[in-house]
Design a protein around this ligand. Structure first.
Ligand code: ZN
Length: 406
């Protein structure tokens, strides 16, 4: 089972100074900053997935690359741009989430073919259009006309795509994108894609589905799937169900969720093999918009906020050196939290207590926890938050390795 990490230009700066919260004056972002596969060993994924929409950034909110980065990507190709080791493979897609509101995907087959070919991808997924809707097998509901249309668009583009790879002698593996709204419609897509000549098929639009619904689709696909067809689950990370998925022909998946939970989830920010913890929020006074407003409106004083922020960081570091008891850290956190949150918001203190008692970073074997200690459990700025995300990827990698796929 291969895990691909979808790229969103998430890097960390190895020389970041956590004590003063500043970058080295000598840092050159594109030269010095590192990706997850450079920050930890073993590499926490088998490959990366890069979306054309993320690189090109033409759609609203999709752009993660600056113009010079985009140029470098096209010039160097995917392997050199990411400084990927040979063990990592690459897969490209169009980033269908970025154009869900459009009537048609905004790309032509030849420009996508050019993107995959010129940038040297190992595999490239056909242009697809996501269907938002699920009708379980036993339901009498009818699919919406727009869903049927989107499936048809995806299949037509997939056919043009594989034909074009043959005509142009493309050197990457073409992957057909299957869209559907239930077990039978997914099976229909897979059947059509097989007929076109695809040997690898990516199942899209399944992110909102429950695991049993994904399984229902996979079972229906089993009825039509040739045994040598490999399935990829787009955007899915269900470690608990992966062994089952594998028994239905799934050989790869991609997901950002373990990474993003580090700073997007309300509670499950720091993962371990068996548990997850809430990271300790110590927002930067000058980087926190809510806090800034309170200061500007005169509700709290800036110096009061800075004093409370510094007290938290100092207490946390002393705690990690076993120089300060947990109760004192919690009381510093409580003081700062009451300034930041105001009276209405819920407190995280109960969760922090568990995080501090278990101090999971102390036993984590990953290079980042070893190097940074408690800093990695502090929810504050992208350097800490992304490192915690990279740590989560190492935990996911270890979990995947402990599964048995027959
Ligand atoms: Zn770790």
């Amino acid at each position: 089972m291969k895990f691909y990490f979808p790229d969103s230009q998430d890097l960390v700066s190895p020389t970041y100074d956590f004590i003063n919260d500043e970058y080295s004056p000598y840092r050159v972002r594109q030269r010095d900053d590192v990706y997850a596969h450079q920050a930890v060993t073993p590499i926490p994924y088998d490959g990366i997935l890069v979306s054309k929409a993320v690189v090109d950034g033409s759609m609203k909110g999709a752009g993660k690359y600056s113009a010079p980065q985009r140029e470098r990507f096209y010039r160097l190709g995917v392997r050199n741009f990411f400084r990927l080791p040979d063990t990592c493979s690459t897969i490209g897609d169009c980033g269908a989430f970025n154009y869900i509101d459009e009537e048609r995907p905004p790309y032509e087959v030849d420009e996508v073919l050019d993107f995959y070919g010129r940038c040297g991808f190992d595999a490239g997924i056909s242009i697809d259009h996501i269907i938002f809707g699920y009708i379980p097998e036993e339901s009498d509901d009818e699919p919406e006309a727009a869903w049927i249309n989107r499936q048809q668009i995806s299949l037509e583009l997939a056919e043009d795509f594989i034909n074009a790879t043959k005509t142009t002698g493309a050197r990457f593996q073409p992957v057909g994108a299957a869209q559907g709204w239930g077990p039978h419609s997914y099976a229909h897509s897979v059947q059509q894609l097989q007929k076109m000549g695809y040997r690898r098929i990516a199942l899209g639009g399944m992110v909102p589905l429950k695991s049993h619904e994904i399984l229902a689709c996979l079972r229906a696909i089993d009825d039509v799937r040739h045994p040598d067809i490999e399935l990829h689950l787009l955007g899915i990370n269900r470690v608990d169900s992966m062994e089952q998925f594998a028994s239905h022909g799934v050989t790869s998946f991609d997901s950002t969720s373990a990474f993003r939970q580090a700073f997007m989830d309300d509670r499950n920010n720091y993962h371990t093999a068996t548990d997850s913890y809430t990271a300790i929020r110590v927002p930067q006074v000058d980087g926190n918009p809510a806090l800034k407003r309170l200061i500007l409106s005169g509700s709290i004083s800036q110096s009061q906020a800075i004093t409370a922020e510094r007290a938290c960081l100092r207490a946390l570091r002393e705690f990690d050196r076993e120089e300060t008891p947990r109760e004192e850290v919690l009381s510093a956190l409580e003081t700062y939290e009451s300034l930041v949150l105001g009276p209405k918001k819920k407190s995280y203190l109960g969760h922090y207590e568990r995080t501090l008692s278990d101090a999971p970073w102390r036993t984590c074997p990953c290079a980042l926890c070893k190097k940074h200690g408690i800093e990695i459990a502090i929810f504050r700025g992208s350097e800490r938050n992304k490192r915690r995300g990279f740590h989560n990827l190492t935990v996911l990698e270890a979990k995947m390795r402990s599964l048995s796929f027959t």
